[in-house]
Ligand binder design. Structure first.
Ligand SMILES: *Cc1c(COP(=O)(O)O)cnc(C)c1O
Length: 428
């Protein structure tokens, strides 16, 4: 006799009332989820068309070793990325270790001593501070004589065009535009608004190279920043575009000239894209990219579901469940250390890997307080997989993201609330 789904959830430890609340919320969100499915369907066809156009065949999966000369699988995958992003060229490599590395390659390759980098959207992602030299670091752009200017967003999260105009000068060579809010409290930028910003920057200075930090944003919309004038788009393969399968890697996509500069920087001047063994990873990168539109859609649904559930439970959320989505990150102010720990315990308990461990806060380097993290992932640090983290300081905000399937994201969120319920931190 087959177990009923509700009994299965009960045996996984979910309270009946919580399950009923989850079901109710899912019903309310039906139209939004339909819209997300439509974006996924569109993006799926975009990826499929690019794969067919480039005549992907089994031979592309065989991979290379050593120098990696003439690696047809690697070259074809790069052409597929370029086609999906409607761009001239791409660099998609397992040798790019993470998103920060990809961004560093893009910046350091295209800037020269005496140039200035501008962030027109305020302070960049934490790890970029050392890349740029906002916080001193060995080998930062600053050490190489590249200066940095910043125009903050206005109070309401909109662009401060006056300040941006004032910041542009004869040395301004490149602009770095972060699409996702990351772990900051500002709105994530839509692709359309990035387009407006790029048009403004180019109207002030035609040859400014506009680079978008696309981390967490890929496939959340039917268009990408390269569709609205970005010269370069950069991201990590253990986030959205790896589809949960890529075991490592990063990508850059955009104008041929800027991608080539990056290839020369990643390997060596003169070698560029010609080298870089794919080590048998190509098949996984192809397959992950093929799955990425639906995996991303599941993660976006999870983020909205989390917002809706926690709003119902009385917690402030950012963004709210009504907000249009352009990335996969959800923040919830949990208000106490106990609630933050319980939330993370629930996410961990819902994982397919390491579900039996208890996340403990620790003094992570680079933070001014203890941080707690929950992740039971197939790929270490993968944040397209269900994961949560937060600094142990008021307002005890948890940042939640990922879920390789919508069903897993949903279960993880319900499991987090279950732990709050068990600790008497919420009532139903
Ligand atoms: C994750 C992320 C990065 C850096 O990526 P890592 O892979 O962690 O190095 C940069 N920018 C944004 C907006 C991100 O979300």
């Amino acid at each position: 006799m087959m177990k009923r789904l509700t009994d299965m959830y009960a045996s996984l430890g979910l309270d009946e009332k919580l399950l009923a609340l989850g079901k109710e919320i899912e019903t309310v969100l039906k139209d939004r989820f339909d819209a997300i499915d439509q974006i996924a369907e569109y993006n799926q066809m975009k990826v499929l068309s690019a794969m067919q156009k480039n005549r992907v065949a089994e031979a592309h999966f065989s991979g290379s070793t050593g120098y990696g000369y003439n690696d047809l699988g690697r070259e074809t995958l790069e052409q597929i990325y370029a086609d999906v992003f409607h761009a001239e060229a791409a660099l998609v490599r397992p040798q790019i270790t993470c998103g920060t590395h990809a961004l560093h390659v893009a910046l350091s390759a295209n800037l020269r001593p005496g140039d200035e980098l501008l962030s027109p959207v305020g302070r960049p992602y934490d790890t970029l501070e050392e890349v740029i030299g906002i916080r001193p670091s060995k080998g930062s752009l600053k050490e190489y004589g590249v200066s940095y200017a910043q125009a903050d967003l206005k109070e309401d999260g909109s662009f401060d065009f006056d300040a941006i105009g004032r910041a542009i000068n004869s040395r301004t060579k490149m602009a770095t535009i972060q699409r996702s809010k990351g772990y900051a409290t500002r709105p994530t930028l839509s692709v359309a608004s990035i387009g407006e910003l790029i048009a403004f920057l180019k109207s002030k200075k035609t040859d400014i190279i506009c680079m978008v930090d696309n981390c967490y944003g890929e496939f959340t919309e039917p268009v990408e920043p390269t569709d609205v004038g970005a010269d370069l788009c950069v991201g990590s393969l253990i986030k959205n575009p790896g589809g949960g399968l890529a075991p490592c890697g990063g990508y850059l996509v955009g104008k041929e000239e800027y991608v080539e500069q990056a290839a020369f920087r990643l390997s060596a001047p003169g070698l560029g894209k010609e080298v870089g063994a794919s080590l048998g990873l190509s098949q996984t990168l192809y397959q992950g990219f093929f799955l990425a539109p639906t995996v991303t859609a599941g993660a976006v649904k999870g983020a909205i579901f989390a917002a809706a559930l926690y709003e119902r439970l009385g917690f402030p959320t950012f963004p709210t469940c009504k907000t249009a989505r352009h990335d996969i990150i959800q923040a919830v102010d949990l208000g106490s250390k106990e609630a933050l720990k319980a939330f993370c315990l629930g996410i961990q308990a819902a994982a397919p890997v390491d579900s039996f461990v208890t996340p403990e806060p620790w003094a992570m380097p680079g933070y001014d307080c203890d941080v707690i993290m929950a992740a039971g992932a197939f790929v270490q640090g993968s944040s397209i997989e269900l994961s949560a983290d937060g600094p142990l300081k008021p307002p005890y905000t948890v940042f939640f993201q990922g879920g390789l399937t919508w069903y897993h994201a949903k279960f993880g969120i319900l499991s987090s609330a279950q732990k709050l319920l068990e600790a008497n931190l919420i009532a139903l």
